[in-house]
Design a protein. Structure first.
Ligand SMILES: [Zn+2]
Length: 445
């Protein structure tokens, strides 16, 4: 039998118990998730049985915790894609050049739920293999939060059509970004094994490991989470040791599935200024409430529109730097900027946005973190049931919903490349008919 708060020193014992049909009651786990100790002596990766994930059609509140997403959400790791993207960004801050995207690789097709990253050398090997034979991938990199979701399903007996065996976070070789699950594993065998991949064999036939380079990223993935957590929770810091333990696990369970308010930060001097999350809302009287979320080193902010300072606040005024402003002229496509200063009044960060100062339907673009932006509608007509957003014609996937068509009126996306973009927002009625199109030009910084 398992106690209410299980604590295993050796996760294999649990795996064997479950595999043998052991009596894990569905509600036997505390709300902050299962607890287990690290297994420093166990280096054997767990080869998991992972099936096709569901398309995410349900919508999720941005504030939903990873635990709630894992225990009530659809059977797709896309439910934590927003947070996972921040982890990738943070890994890039700690160790630049580690990750490479694989979603624009000729000859490579990805299932809808595949998180499109591998370590650089593995991505390179895949590109060369796919040049000789098309490769269809069902799973590549999983960050520690995606592994947490899989493991939670497995432990609780959820999503059994997707997962029948899952490794604990920090234990899967997919977390290293050096493994792929290949749908056409037979046809692609020669191409992959000629370019650095090793087939695992009939026990897990879809699985190939990249063995010609790369580093063990599993602790880096955990450390990236710890850094993100500490940036957002200076009152309850975690040791940034890269070790998966009960404190880190409890923090992952509580973390927002769509990503933290303050995203990845390389720190001044490495990646330049810190990213500041911008936020505003228009009140019934037409005045705008202005807010910003920033790294703790930011002591005060200035709010600027089209280059003019319209307000500001210090941290003493409130953690989200509250101010408000009333425009005298209505105008679309205004450039919004928050500039952050440290205690010595040195400029240390900024965030940007696009603001439609209009009484009717407006488009907004708000920076939410480093390379992370949300594009959406303000004051949309009641008949708008969903939107799609394209950047220079490329259809974006909403990191919150995991779908391209968003019923929450906004699409959140991480951009690999910065610079000017033409955004096209298409609105849809409840029956799926196109209602209209809005276009805005904006420079991602
Ligand atoms: Zn695999």
């Amino acid at each position: 039998m398992i106690d209410r708060e299980p604590s295993w020193t050796y996760t294999w014992a649990w795996l064997v118990l479950v595999a043998a049909g052991g009596c894990v009651a569905d509600d036997s786990l505390p709300p902050d998730g299962p607890a287990w100790d690290d297994q420093p002596g166990v280096d054997e990766p767990v080869h998991e049985e992972i099936g096709e994930e569901e398309e995410v059609t349900a919508l999720f509140a941005p504030s939903q915790s990873v635990w709630v997403a894992a225990t009530t959400g659809p059977c797709s790791t896309a439910v934590v894609a927003g947070l996972a993207e921040q982890l990738i960004d943070e890994v890039e801050c700690v160790r630049p050049g580690t990750m490479a995207r694989i979603d624009a690789t000729p000859g490579v097709s990805l299932s809808a739920s595949t998180f499109p990253y591998l370590q650089g050398p593995a991505a390179d090997g895949l590109r060369r293999a796919a040049a000789t034979r098309a490769v269809t991938i069902n799973s590549g990199l999983r960050t520690v939060v995606q592994q947490y979701v899989l493991y939670t399903w497995y432990v609780r007996g959820r999503c059994t059509s997707v997962v029948t065996l899952a490794a604990a976070p920090g234990r899967s070789n997919h977390e290293a970004g050096l493994a792929v699950d290949v749908a056409n594993y037979d046809a692609a065998y020669t191409a992959l094994t000629s370019h650095g991949f090793r087939w695992l064999g009939n026990g897990d036939p879809v699985h190939y490991d990249y063995v010609a380079g790369g580093v063990d990223l599993r602790s880096l993935s955990v450390q990236a989470f710890q850094r993100l957590w500490n940036r957002n929770h200076p009152e309850a810091p975690l040791a940034e040791d890269g070790a998966w333990g009960p404190s880190t696990e409890a923090a992952v369970a509580q973390a927002p599935s769509a990503g933290f308010a303050a995203g990845a930060s390389c720190g001044a001097g490495v990646g330049g200024e810190v990213a500041i999350e911008v936020y505003w809302s228009r009140g019934a009287d037409g005045r705008y409430a202005l807010r910003a979320l920033a790294d703790p080193r930011v002591a005060r902010v200035e709010y600027r529109v089209d280059g003019y300072v319209i307000g500001g606040a210090s941290r003493a005024d409130g953690d989200n730097f509250p101010d408000d402003y009333g425009f005298t002229v209505e105008a679309a496509e205004r450039h919004f900027e928050v500039v952050g200063f440290d205690a010595d009044d040195q400029r240390v960060g900024h965030g940007v946005g696009l603001l439609d100062v209009t009484a009717g339907t407006g488009v907004y673009i708000k920076q939410m973190g480093r390379r992370l932006y949300e594009i959406g509608l303000e004051r949309a007509p009641a008949g708008v049931a969903a939107i799609e957003v394209r950047a220079d014609g490329y259809l974006l996937t909403d990191a919150v919903a995991g779908t391209t068509r968003s019923a929450r009126g906004a699409v959140r996306s991480t951009f690999n490349q910065l610079g000017s973009r033409q955004f096209t927002i298409t609105t849809f009625a409840a029956d799926g008919a196109v209602r209209g199109t809005l276009r805005r030009t904006f420079t991602l910084e």
